[in-house]
Design a protein around this ligand. Sequence first.
Ligand code: FE2
Ligand code: FE2
Length: 364
Amino acid sequence: MNQKSEPSDSDYLAVVENLCALNGKLEAIVESSTNGIAEIDREGRLIAWNPSFQKMFEIDRENPDRDFLFDYIPSQGDVSREMLPILYENEMVVLKDILIDNDDPKLQRFLEIKLVPLNIAKHVDFIVIVKDKTEILTALQNRETFIKTLLDLIEDIKIDNRKTIYHLAALVELRDLTTGEHLRRVEAFTRRLAGEYSAVYRSRDSWVTEDYVDDISVSSVLHDIGKVGISDTILLKPDKLSEMEMDMMKQHTSIAGRALEKHRGKKDFLAMGREIALTHHEKWNGKGYPQGLSGTKIPLCGRIVSLCDTYDAITHDRPYKKAVSHERAIEIIATERGESFDPEIVDLFLRVEKDFNRINSELG
Ligand SMILES: [Fe+2]
Ligand SMILES: [Fe+2]
């Protein structure tokens, strides 16, 4: 049996030196972190904090009225100074999108605050980690405001030039290089399919005129305008999106709906652009998004562009999947008759599918 020898003084010294070195490293990490990091006791009294925390809250050591964390952040439901002793028994608490208000809107901050209970240190009861999310959140708001401002400008100066719509769609092109050609093809498919709808159903749906066909074709290029509000890491990701990323990507429909809200119900091509952007991922069987509309509750323009967008998406390479042939695309779309797509629209597509193939080879 092996017998361990007693540690010598030099062994103890080595351990202490290692611990001191580790402590120094940790201190350096905490001091240089861009996240605010603080220690608080069970009552929420601030014990120590790093420079980022100091900067975020402009802590005044001389002011005895503001010794506590909740003097600097608003209480959130159960998370308050009174509740801290109870929270201490729990796991980590995360407070999201906490607004630190200021009379000057430019100085308002959005913070994510984590309270991590700590039961190893004598005087410290929680470590508080604060991330400043203001830039991320305002960048998203800015994108929406940008689209809105542009649309308002167009309305104000009453530009009656449909080419303007391409400048709007170009906002998406700028960020996703694959989208440019996609938009032109979707426009051509939409013109062909809506034209066929008008030819076949004009006596029943008298409103599907030549002007309607023209409007829907031009407005179809706006179907993905909401992608301007999706982050680059998701939009340009070469792999399949995770479930959470997919949920964020799906928001491109409602982002466009909000950005074009002013045009809701109007009789112009931007109003139709809004309807298309909002409903081109709805499905005939009600399993689409964002609203889960079904059947003819989905506007005709959304039903038509949905098929054209899908045909183009599956017959072209995407970063995460290979293109299928025209023949395979016909099979896929026919299988989705009454599921993803309006049965009438699928039947019309089958009448004009050769033109879809021709447009695909002409516009690459
Ligand atoms: Fe889309
Ligand atoms: Fe698309």
